[in-house]
Design a protein around this ligand. Structure first.
Ligand code: PXP
Length: 249
């Protein structure tokens, strides 16, 4: 497999911090999880610094920037505060995600089409600082075209609707969400965008998405951190990695 076709795995460590923060202490340590993920073959580490700091903290981001040997994908809302933090650290990649304080997790993709001018100005300094800018969006042609127009290099397709339908046994809907993801991956790739995907992926749902040839990276967190309770973090990641490789082959 060449580096052009290999599917990368970004391990999202947010929920190690969720467990740590439940008691307000120092463990489990997200940096230790990041090092284990690297050893297990993660191609990158993803962390979302939320405005309310409910999981990853500013100190976690500082620490990750110092210790990581693989790229950091820094997820953030399009706020001035987050832009300042990203410009200070200059992570390898910045993924712009929608954020609502009351949500449990990132519920939908970013509305790029309606905010095109604002987002184009927002991401310009991040790109100038050398960060690869990714936009987290639904598998929607209008949003993909807008992401392309504002100068994003990468889009990450939200797989949540597919995973939710699958988990709730709505298989026709899961199939139609997969069809949309497949078509929109190909469409974005044709426009010259690099395509990533993620949200809610598990051992049950990863294979069809991993098989899309245009998808270059999957970002997976919550399931892997949960599964690590049973398998250990390193075996849980290795199993995901081998399922991705099998689907790709
Ligand atoms: N990709 C993006 C842009 C996300 O916001 C998240 C959740 O933080 C993920 C991937 C990972 O989702 P999950 O934790 O459900 O695997």
């Amino acid at each position: 497999m060449t580096s052009e076709t290999r599917l990368r795995l970004g391990v999202n460590i947010d929920h190690v911090a969720t467990v740590r923060n439940a008691r307000g202490g120092a463990y489990p340590d997200p940096l230790r999880a990041a090092r284990i993920a690297e050893a297990a073959g993660a191609d990158g580490i993803t962390a979302h610094l939320r405005e309310d700091r409910r999981h990853i903290s500013d100190a976690d981001i500082e620490g990750l920037m110092q210790v990581l040997t693989v790229p950091l994908n820094f997820e953030m809302a399009a706020t001035d505060e987050m832009q300042r933090i990203a410009l200070r650290h200059k992570p390898h990649a910045v993924c712009i995600v929608p954020e609502k304080r009351e949500e449990r997790t990132t519920e939908g993709g970013l509305e790029v089409a309606r905010e095109e001018n604002k987002l184009a100005h927002y991401i310009a300094p991040l790109r100038a600082a050398g960060c690869r800018v990714s936009i987290f969006i639904a598998a929607d042609r209008r949003q993909i075209e807008a992401a392309n127009r504002i100068g994003a290099e990468v889009i990450e397709l939200h797989t949540g609707a597919y995973c939710d339908a699958f988990a709730e046994g709505r298989m026709d809907e899961a199939d139609s969400e997969l069809d949309k993801l497949r078509e929109m991956s190909a469409f974005a790739h044709e426009l010259g965008l690099e395509v990533h995907a993620g949200h809610g992926l598990s051992y049950d749902t990863v294979s069809p998405v991993a098989a899309f040839p245009e998808v270059r990276e999957l970002n997976i967190g919550h399931f892997l951190i949960g599964e690590s309770i049973f398998l250990g973090l390193e075996p849980a990641i290795r199993k995901m990695r081998s399922m991705m490789d099998a689907a790709r082959a």
